[in-house]
Ligand binder design. Sequence first.
Ligand code: SAM
Ligand code: DTB
Ligand code: SF4
Length: 340
Amino acid sequence: MTTTIALTPAGFASRAAEPPGTPAAVPASAPARWSVAEIEALFALPFLDLMFRAQETHRAHFKAGEVQRSTLLSIKTGGCSEDCGYCAQAARYKTGLERERLMPLDEVLEHARAAKAGGSSRFCMGAAWRGPKEKDLEAVLEMVREVKKLGLETCVTLGMLDGEQARRLAEAGLDYYNHNVDTAPGYYSEIITTHTLQDRLDTIGKVRQAGINVCSGGIVGMGEGQHGRAALLAQLANMEPPPESVPINKLIPFPGTPLAEGEALDPFDFVRTIAVARIIMPKSFVRLSAGREQMSDELQALCFMAGANSIFYGERLLTAGNTDAGGDMRLFARLGLVSI
Ligand code: SAM
Ligand code: DTB
Ligand code: SF4
């Protein structure tokens, strides 16, 4: 993939078959399966009505104001074989990122101790792989065992897994596996061609089967449109059960990637995405994820009101910057948010 992706593929973002003003059915209680049309109807609610419903749902399932904090660490940066159009770590894009080897265990533990001392409850280790090779997996299993001993919850994101790899991660005591579906089913091949959405779903299935909690979400602001955001959330909400943790990332446009030049998302559409995720996945932790560094305190406060109850905490995500911990703690204090 060398050219910039067209951000509004013909026939995708618009629902031309429906006349404008078609009455939107907004179910009052959760249906067994959410249709994309029902989710679009939620997106179409007046902003304040949507926020009210999201708050009601949030308070019925969680303590208002409690926010979980996870710290991320890139344990293997860059040089990835895949062509995900948003990713600074894909070897094929000239993003200026230096490829690094797998981080040694002692260095990982130093970061984990700092995360624990800073108040994070979960430590997430990410690797820029299509999937782990045997030697790499062995090293990651050791990291999981040792990080757990520090009293932190563990999460890893290593790309695609087979059943045996998932089983071994579970045996090492892994708490969460992050594997995002990333975008709408109908848009996936516009963004990624080196693996399929079905590959991702297969890995998620294996993680579930191994008894590991699922962390799966996506990225918004890649030109998917409101229909695309509804379709992204539909596939998450209709998983049985939905993921325990749902990261909602706002695209960080990296120079050199095919998605570097797209039109920025309206911030209220980002907040709407959080609110709809909260309503249709009432028991999941919804994580306000990538893109927070570019958000004002006021916009983040709206995201918390919309039902976000988890963040990535610490000055780095994987390769991109994140809001600094001091700024986050000041914001928590100003808003009366409590870390869990
Ligand atoms: N290679 C593994 C994989 O793809 O699952 C793990 C690492 S990958 C970087 C983890 C997730 O980071 C992706 O699924 C994507 O949702 C998110 N991500 C990557 N680049 C991003 C960007 N530029 N903006 C927002 N989120 C991004
Ligand atoms: C997720 O959904 N977001 C995190 C985590 N899971 C691994 C990653 C965000 C990456 C942002 C871009 C970067 O740092 O390179
Ligand atoms: Fe980036 Fe993961 Fe895609 Fe590799 S598989 S290019 S690390 S998002």
